[in-house]
Design a protein around this ligand. Structure first.
Ligand code: TMP
Length: 209
């Protein structure tokens, strides 16, 4: 069974990534595979500080290029400080969001350009992409309604963007599926959590073989 895989989860706000990731991590551990769950932006002290700057709802003046560069800076530090060493040590790494978030949100939805954002990310982390990416697909109406209903989660600067922005994020993700069909696997997130876990698990079992 393959061990040092780099697996990322993507999708909109309210798709249930965090809950599903926890359950998937438990299943991987049951197979006696060492797994490191982490998240972006964040996962280590420097990147969590950058996260606080990016997502602060008061930072309405932030230029979209600044936003893209800050995500890339957080990614670089997190990748070289935490992800790469864990992979090198033979661990399986699961990351809640990675480069595809930048390509969909900053590259496509903000309109900077997917190739432009890819270029700054290649500067940040090199050409390494995840081994597999699970994309949770969900309409933005359902996703945003879920996060407002749950109340427990902070509402960040990107959550308060218009519905049109979140529609573009979804469109951006779908373009990435066309661009990286081998790597990005789409899961319908508009189902019971248990069913989503089963769908993700069957994809991962295939990849881990
Ligand atoms: P989350 O950690 O709660 O998913 O929130 C992170 C927010 O940051 C979410 O709205 C998606 C956004 N984001 C980007 O726009 N670009 C990125 O590269 C990453 C990692 C996240």
């Amino acid at each position: 069974m393959k061990r040092n895989l780099f697996i990322t989860f993507e999708g909109p706000e309210g798709a249930g990534k965090t809950t599903v990731i926890q359950k998937i991590v438990e299943r991987i551990e049951e197979k006696n595979i060492e797994v490191l769950p982490t998240r972006e932006p964040g996962g280590i002290e420097i990147a969590e500080k950058i996260r606080a700057v990016i997502l602060n709802p008061e930072h309405t003046a932030m230029d979209e290029r600044t936003e893209a560069l800050l995500y890339a800076a957080a990614r670089s530090q997190h990748y070289f400080e935490k992800v790469r060493p864990a992979l090198d040590a033979g661990k399986l790494v699961i990351c809640d969001r990675f480069i595809d978030s930048s390509l969909a949100y900053q590259g496509f939805a903000r309109g900077i350009g997917v190739d432009e954002v890819l270029a700054i990310n290649e500067f940040a982390i090199g050409k390494k992409l995840p081994d597999v990416t699970i994309l949770f697909d969900l309409s933005p109406e359902v996703g945003l309604a879920r996060i407002h209903a749950h109340g427990g989660r902070e509402i960040n600067r990107l959550d308060v963007e218009s519905l049109a922005f979140h529609e573009k994020v979804r469109e951006g993700y779908m373009l990435l599926v066309e661009r990286y069909p081998e790597r990005i696997k789409v899961v319908n997130a508009d189902q019971d959590v248990e069913q989503v876990v089963e769908d993700v698990w069957s994809i991962l079992l295939d990849v881990m073989q």
